[in-house]
Design a protein around this ligand. Structure first.
Ligand code: FES
Length: 57
């Protein structure tokens, strides 16, 4: 199993971060993430900065 972190740009969708990574929010709060994260690129998400699927609407 490949444990390397990957950043994947989804066409017309979010940026997915796969693998272990640290997410630092604008208010300087941070979380150690052990699973995949999708970051919104469209600005429509109701839970920014994460994608909630609203880009499909
Ligand atoms: S990219 Fe998915 S809600 Fe913005």
């Amino acid at each position: 199993m490949d444990n390397k972190t990957a950043v994947i740009f989804i066409k017309n969708g979010p940026v997915k971060i796969k693998g272990k990574h640290k997410l630092v929010l604008p208010d300087n709060k941070s979380n150690q993430i052990e699973y995949d994260t999708a970051i919104c690129r469209c600005g429509k998400s109701g839970c920014l900065p994460k994608c909630d699927g609203s880009h499909n609407n």
